[in-house]
Design a protein around this ligand. Structure first.
Ligand SMILES: [Zn+2]
Length: 264
């Protein structure tokens, strides 16, 4: 393979690429999680909406029963009228007894229908008030839901803008790495929880924590080519050793000289 770029420069670019990709992944997860914040408001709204619809259904049923009772009342009224006329036209005791019995029965039936109507009116009133209360709640819950939706859309917009900036950075970084290396990185990243390039510290892979064979570790440190972890396939780099504490600076800071410094 004819490498166009210095391995050390590519390792540096890969490091930046991995940092960018982790940021992009995190933002994408954040965006994906946004609708979850809406869910509670949506659930609360839906719950009260179904309750209101149930009440409306109940009112419909009661209204139907009320109409039936009303029809029965009209019919009973006619029968009672006829029974009253019959009672006026009786010719003997036997007829009187039969007619007055029928009249009395219809009269009692009329009373029970009237009571039924009063009960139904009361039920409609109660259920209607319940529904009105639920509908009032719905207004508030809808406003809450709309506010959450707007908030969610706003956050999503901000995240999209942040991702766009990072993607732009990514696009300018990718050409600084050999194409096959980028492909390798993308493939491993996809298979390994978003991490394709990781540092090796203390002889271990920072991705899977497995010990790296010492010979390979030395090779990684030399950075002559880009090596992968034999266990998890992530590409590895050894970060340069942190600069040794500067004796002069430490003394200037008023730090107590350590034993190692005393020997110098
Ligand atoms: Zn590994």
């Amino acid at each position: 393979m004819n490498e166009r770029f210095q391995i050390k420069d590519q390792l540096l670019a890969l490091q930046k690429l991995q940092e960018l990709d982790l940021k992009i992944d995190s933002l994408k997860r954040k965006k994906a999680a946004l609708p979850a914040n809406l869910k509670a408001a949506q659930d609360a709204f839906n719950k009260v909406k179904s309750a209101s619809e149930l009440k409306q259904g109940a009112i419909g049923e009661i209204e139907k029963a009320r109409k039936q009772t009303q029809a029965a009342i009209e019919l009973n009224k006619e029968r009672l009228e006829r029974a009253g006329k019959k009672l006026e036209a009786v010719h003997n005791t036997q007829e009187f007894q039969a007619a007055s019995k029928e009249f009395e029965q219809l009269r009692k039936l009329g009373i029970s229908f009237d009571e039924q109507m009063k009960k139904t009116a009361l039920e409609i009133d109660t259920v209607g008030k319940d529904r009105a209360r639920l509908d009032e709640q719905l207004v508030g819950l809808k406003a809450e839901l709309d506010a959450r939706q707007t908030e969610c859309d706003g956050h999503a917009g901000v995240i999209d803008a942040e991702v766009a900036v990072l993607m732009n950075d990514r696009r300018s970084l990718v050409p600084m790495i050999d194409a096959p290396v980028v492909l390798r990185y993308d493939r491993v990243r996809a298979a390994r929880c978003g991490i394709g390039f990781v540092q090796a510290v203390g002889g271990r892979c920072g991705g899977c924590n497995m010990m790296i064979p010492p010979q390979l570790y030395n090779e990684i440190q030399k950075a002559g080519e880009i090596h992968s972890c034999p266990n998890c396939n992530r590409m590895l780099f050894v970060p340069p050793a942190p600069p040794q504490p500067d004796t002069a600076a430490a003394a200037a800071d008023g730090a107590v000289p350590s034993e190692s410094q005393n020997g110098k």
